[in-house]
Design a protein around this ligand. Structure first.
Ligand code: ATP
Length: 798
């Protein structure tokens, strides 16, 4: 260990020591056959096998970290791609020096600044939503107008193939543009972005997730893809857009455009502050999308933020309220031409449900609809999971992805055209739902095609029509065919390389089968005034969405706010809860499925209830920890960083200080992050050693953190050979009070620590407070996810 840096290996002969883990926590190093835990498990129980499994995996991983891929943890190696964010508040000497300089006035200034920034995040998110909405409306107006004229002309002159060609051509052009942007500029902009935002808030550094180019691709892409007639919505991407806006504005600089650095807001350039702003941005996105400020706050709480406090709730609510208010002004002024009448709080407008009471006796029906939503959602998720799996293995080059986008675009248009062509559902014009411009197609004069009204419209307008259309506006066969086709298309489409929201297709599918339930009720109870198809459409929409995404409280509140109807709170809640319960029996929500398929180490809400009390830190921690000393030779640090991929290293005492070492184990003095070691090498934060000190002025916090959030790689730092024998003093830069637990600490307790404190690393010590292991949030995510499956299996077998 001379030289100061290395691996804390077990002392020779330690194995032969008589080990009593109850007396000496260092017993965790003992050979497994001496472990009292295993001796207790004479007939190997499932838990015994599980413990052994994790122990052997950890050992094997440490021997062959790069190659080791256990069959049941194949995803571990891939998870290494994702680093964690630092949500822990550290107290290094240089940080404390800066913090102690702050006066009450500075604190007050920061509080005000946080509110101001959130206010601007709300405004910018509203503008982004408005721009997307206007773009879609303009493009759709021209596209639908053009095709409608062609269809009207060609139904008379028998040239419908020409109209079909125009329709397909326009869709390919529009969706193709979105696909090109995603495939070749910002692949992370694909999908709704909700899983990515969720992971970011959970503490995972998702590459490029909050970059400017992601925002631009997302906004323009969703505009083209929705206008291109895909079975997607613009609302999900709004949440991601809000998050990117927040991440950019709160930092006062752009990492993509290097010269765009205002040099303001430096105090917010860290993961903890940025996470809070991103929570606000995501809430503003929901708020702008659905006109649901409270739903936005709850969404951030339910889906995203792992760490929450009252101040944050209040600030995020302010941000989402700003977003909905500004969007309301913009839409009322520029779209309705009436700035005084603020009546458009969100992009999607479900319309008002007035004079639509429900009976208590209908509640069982709403529950049944919830069950149907759960079943349909589970089937949706299961098929989409298999499809995504297939895509990941067979459609992974940008060109192949683009080709797939174009193929699904053609398929969508063909299905839409076929449905309109073959449906025989002409209805008199008076019955036409208010906001649609009806398509006559093969119908007589003064009639319209009901299927055409559903498909030849923006999805948002179709939802509104299903909610508010008159009783006989849609025949049952139209609704059934439409629901099946839309369900299947939405299932294929989610996961394509285009920005796409899941909310609207789910709502639309649910609204159509919900309305079908309404039609059935109307035929069972002819003439009953309480049978209003619109209310079943509403419950169906909520059930379907909950069956797919499995959100509960935020979804209920979003729908209540979007419909402006508290009366339906209970039926919606019942449908949502039952859809979730039934869906959860079969699989997870679609966002979680996608997160798992990408091997992202997401920390779940809670540890597995039974297993978490049976496993202790010593069962799953990493051993043979790579540490650094308080004083190190530069060459040793440089070599360590070049050979190790770890992002944090426990700091142990200087080797001449004999009192801290016992039997090759050491007492932890602190933790130091890889990025700080690299910054020290980069800025030559080292010097010659004089006694126990290094002759070098401390680096300022600014220098240490100036590269945030894109820390340089060690390969980009050049350390001259002649510096190798100089010394680096880590005492000013290490976190002197990292969180420590005993080796016997239960998984449940460790889990709570990680969740509540936002930890990234946790040091494990024995009864003598000597370093024996390390647990990272990735270790924890792995083990809890693995055990979740084990619990699942167990519950099925027993
Ligand atoms: P991040 O999550 O930011 O990438 P990290 O790289 O420090 O943090 P992980 O990627 O979770 O941590 O580490 C991978 C494996 O290496 C884990 O099993 C972890 O316990 C182990 N590990 C982490 N740091 C060290 C270290 N300093 N010495 C030995 N093993 C470590």
């Amino acid at each position: 260990m001379e030289g100061g840096v290395g691996t804390r290996r077990r002392a020779t002969g330690f194995r032969s020591r008589s080990v009593d883990p109850e007396v000496d926590g260092s017993g965790v190093f003992g050979a497994s056959e001496t472990s009292p835990l295993l001796m207790r498990d004479r007939a190997p129980s499932m838990w015994g096998r599980l413990r052994n499994r994790f122990r052997s995996i950890t050992a094997a991983e440490q021997q062959h970290p790069a190659e080791y891929v256990a069959p049941h943890r194949r995803h571990f190696a891939r998870q290494m791609v994702y680093e964690s964010l630092d949500y822990e508040i550290t107290e290094s000497r240089v940080e404390m020096k800066e913090r102690r300089k702050l006066t009450l006035k500075d604190h007050f200034r920061d509080v005000i600044l946080r509110w101001v920034i959130l206010f601007f995040i709300g405004i910018f998110t509203a503008f982004a939503a408005f721009a997307i909405d206007v773009g879609i409306k303009i493009i759709s107006k021209y596209k639908f107008g053009f095709i409608r004229d062609s269809i009207s002309r060609c139904t008379k002159h028998d040239c419908l193939s020409q109209s079909f060609g125009i329709w397909v051509g326009l869709d390919i052009l529009l969706v193709g543009l979105a696909g090109v942007m995603v495939c070749f500029i910002a692949p992370i902009a694909a999908g709704s972005g909700i899983p990515e935002v969720k992971c970011y808030l959970n503490g995972i550094k998702m590459p490029e997730v909050v970059r400017l180019k992601t925002l631009v691709t997302k906004a323009i892409g969703v505009m083209f893809a929705v206008s291109g007639g895909m079975t997607i919505g613009k609302e999900g991407p709004m949440i991601h857009s809000g998050a990117v806006v927040a991440a950019g504005l709160s930092q006062g600089k752009s990492t993509s455009i290097r010269w765009l650095d205002t040099r303001f807001l430096k105090q917010f350039r860290n993961d903890v502050e940025k996470r809070d702003f991103v929570s606000g941005g995501a809430a503003a996105g929901v708020s702008a999308a659905f006109g649901a400020p409270i739903g936005g706050v709850l969404f951030s709480l339910e889906e995203g933020a792992s760490f929450w406090n009252q101040f944050l709730t209040w600030r995020i609510f302010f941000c989402s309220m700003t977003a909905t208010f500004v969007l309301n002004i913009l839409l009322s002024t520029f779209e309705n031409g009436n700035p005084g009448a603020l009546s458009n709080p969100g992009l999607i407008n479900f319309g008002k449900f007035e004079d639509m009471p429900y009976n208590l006796s209908e509640l069982p029906l709403f529950i049944i609809m919830g069950v149907i939503g759960g079943l349909l959602g589970a089937a949706f998720n299961s098929i989409n999971e298999k499809l995504t799996h297939f895509r990941m293995h067979h459609v992974f080059t940008p060109h192949a992805k683009l080709l797939e986008v174009l193929a699904v675009t053609v398929l969508t248009t063909v299905i839409f055209f076929t449905l309109i062509f073959f449906s025989d559902d002409c209805l008199p014009l008076g019955q036409s739902p208010e906001s649609s411009s009806p398509l006559q197609f093969f119908c007589e004069e003064h009639q319209y095609s009901a299927m055409g009204a559903l498909l030849f419209n923006t999805p948002e307008d179709s939802i509104k029509n299903l909610f508010h259309g008159p009783k006989d506006a849609y025949t049952s066969s139209t609704l059934a065919f439409f629901a099946i086709a839309y369900w299947a298309l939405a299932c294929i489409t989610y996961g394509l390389s285009i920005p796409s929201g899941l909310f609207v297709p789910c709502l639309l599918t649910g609204a159509s089968w919900g309305r079908l339930v309404g039609n059935i009720m109307a035929s069972i109870f002819p003439g009953a005034t309480w049978v209003i198809p619109g209310k079943y459409a509403l419950i169906g929409a909520a059930a379907m969405l909950a069956g797919v995404v499995r959100m509960t409280i935020s979804l209920t509140v979003i729908i209540i706010e979007a419909t402006g109807n508290v009366t339906y709170g209970l039926p919606i809640m019942l449908a949502v809860i039952f859809a979730k319960l039934v869906g959860d029996y079969f699989n997870e929500g679609l966002y979680d499925i996608h997160i798992e398929l990408k091997h992202i180490p997401l920390l779940p809400w809670a540890p597995p209830p039974v297993a978490s009390h049976r496993l202790q830190a010593q069962d799953f921690m990493s051993r043979d920890i790579q540490c650094v000393r308080m004083l190190n030779r530069v060459g040793d640090i440089y070599r360590l960083l070049r050979t190790s991929k770890h992002n944090a290293f426990p700091v142990i005492a200087w080797h001449e200080d004999a009192t801290v070492e016992t039997n090759g184990l050491a007492i932890v003095q602190g933790m130091v992050l890889r990025q700080h070691l690299i910054a020290l090498l980069k800025h030559r934060g080292y010097g010659h050693k004089i006694g126990n000190m290094v002759a070098k002025n401390e680096l300022a916090l600014d220098e240490l953190t100036q590269d945030y959030p894109r820390w340089p790689k060690i390969s980009s730092v050049d350390v001259p050979k002649e510096d190798y024998d100089m010394w680096m003093d880590l005492r000013p830069y290490m976190n002197p009070s990292p969180y420590l637990v005993q080796a016997s600490c239960s998984l449940a307790k460790i889990f709570r620590l990680f969740r509540t404190m936002g930890l990234r690393h946790l040091v494990v010590v024995n009864k003598m407070n000597e370093l024996v292991g390390l647990v990272t949030r990735k270790d924890l995510a792995n083990i809890t996810n693995d055990m979740k499956r084990e619990d699942f299996l167990h519950s099925r077998l027993s």
